[in-house]
Design a protein around this ligand. Sequence first.
Ligand SMILES: *Cc1c(COP(=O)(O)O)cnc(C)c1O
Length: 390
Amino acid sequence: MKINTEVLHAEQMHDPVTGSHVSPLYQTSTFVLPNFDDAVYLNQNIDKGFVYSRFANPTVDELEKKIAYLEHAEAALGLSSGLGAISTAIMSVIKGGDHVIFGDVIYGCTFALFTKILPLFNVEYTIVDTTKPEALAAAIKPNTTLVYVETPSNPTLKVSDIAAIAEIVRQHKDITMIVDSTFASPYLQNPLDLGADLVVHSATKYLCGHGTVTAGVIAGDKKRIDRCRMPYLQCFGAVLDPFAAWQIMQGMKTLAVRMERHCENALKVAQYLESHPKVDKVYYPGLPSHPSHATAKKQMRGFGGMMSVDVKGGMDAVRTVMNNVKVFSLATSLGNVDSLIQHSPSMSHFDMTAEERHAVSIFDGQVRLSVGIEDAEDLIADLEQALALI
Ligand SMILES: *Cc1c(COP(=O)(O)O)cnc(C)c1O
């Protein structure tokens, strides 16, 4: 099957009891077990049946199978947020005394996990520009156990060469490579095919697509996913609610058509903004001017719906634009069907210091756009009138 068919039909369950076309929502915390001996067995073999929704739930299970299918993975795990997925995946592969390597431009709360929390558990880190695989190779130490790559990266859309990094990582048997592929969604790239060990998504974003839930997913080989589930998710408890999983599945039915329109609209908006006199710079990998354009072209099936924009006039100009847009909503998050605008330095990346942000081109006069599936002409007209007020 090709992708438009896959997103609709892969692992699609029709209720065998009632014939319900849309799969039922199993909104339950626990399951009635047939007898004492089965209860003992199932509690110790949670992939043989359902016992308790912190371990597994049929609705979440259906979503997990769909994600595994779309990411070409053996297995997947649903969690209550992107950070739930990221922290669970990371904790499942590291221990005290380890060294981790991660990219210099990553989601702000992931950055905080590495720099504020993991050092409390004696996990040291090196930050590298993951668009330069040779810099990553040079940072590997004997105790390195994790290479963490976000691509395209939030918010400056740096694209790292997953296959090139995986080739380096593969020479060290104790290192796990995790890729945060949130900005791409499974529609635009499949990191496991390129050699990553685990892929994580904030399903809050493109997978759901409608801004109705927070959720996350991890996909990879069965052994790694089993370990993420038991004991990590079991003990940390960032469990995905069945209703949230059910909503994501409804959203995912239109993933392919949504992503096509996101890509098409974002390119038009990026091209318009790049030639605007009040704009300094547009960070969109679909533009030949973006340093990651070639890598994105090689690795991705499209350039996505996200971009950042340096507005001339710094924070005051940004305030004017953000206070006056009418079609874009002033809101953090991304990947919704409707367009959003946010200020990365003070919103998604407030966990970094000003020096840390400026060193990686997250400037105070920068806005991040999540370009939705409206008519591109309306989005451009909205930005035009807001920029005119500066
Ligand atoms: C939003 C986001 C996250 C965090 O996801 P939540 O669902 O908000 O926990 C992680 N990585 C990236 C790239 C994101 O954009």
